[in-house]
Ligand binder design. Sequence first.
Ligand code: ADE
Length: 230
Amino acid sequence: MIGLIGAMAVEMEDLMNKVEDRRDITIGTDKFVTGKLFGKEAVLCVCGVGKVNAALCTQSMITRFAPEWVLNLGVAGAGEEGVSIGDMVVATAAVQHDMDTSPIGDPVGMVSKINLVEIPCDKTLSEKLVRAASALTDVRVHTGVIATGDQFINKGEDRARIHRLFGAKAVEMEGGAVAHACYVHQVPCGVLRSVSDQADGHSDMDYPTFTRLAAAHSQQVVENLLRQDA
Ligand code: ADE
C-alpha cells in the first residue's frame, strides 16, 4: 500500500477518479479513499490546507493503513527567481519556515522534539519522482528544499527571507508537516510540487490562473511513477 496526500480536491481529483475497487474510510474529518491505482494498492486523502491538517492526516494514514511510503503532492509558490510557473520541484528535504525558537538559542526552523531543520525525504522515492517528472514535455524539474508554513506567501520580501534562510526552491503549506509525521514513524516520504505562482506580489492573480494546470501536472507525475514502478 502506498499513501498519497494533497491539501485540496483539485490537487487529488484526477487520481481519485482513477481508483478502482474504491472503498472510503473516514477518520475524524479525513476521508481516506483506498483501492487500486494503476495496479498498486493505494490510500489517498485530501487533508486540507496547513501544517496541522497535514500532520493529522498523515498520522491517521500511517497508523490505520501502514503505507510503505507517503507522497505529498500538489502546487506551490516558487522559492527563487530561477524557478518558474509550470516548473516541477522534487524535495530532497522539507523545512517548516515558520517554526522559530531562535530567541531562545535554536537555529531558525528547528523543529522541536525531532531537533531537525531539514526533514529528509526518501532518496529512492525522490529519484523515481525526478525520472517520472522528466517524462513531462516542456516542464523543468528542480530538486532541493521545499519550505512549508501556515502562510500563503505573496510578498517578494517574504519569499526572499525564506530563500535566504533555507535555500528553498518552493514554498507551500503542508510538505514539512507530512515529512515530520513520516519521520516520527520512520516511513519513507516524498514531496512533489508543481509551481502555480511566483510567491510574490502577482500571486493573487497567478494562483487562480495556474493552479488547475499545475495540479494536473503533479498528478500526471504520480501516474508516471506508479506505471514505471508497476
Ligand atoms: N501554494 C501555492 N502557492 C503558494 C504560495 N505562494 N504560498 C504558499 N503556498 C502556496
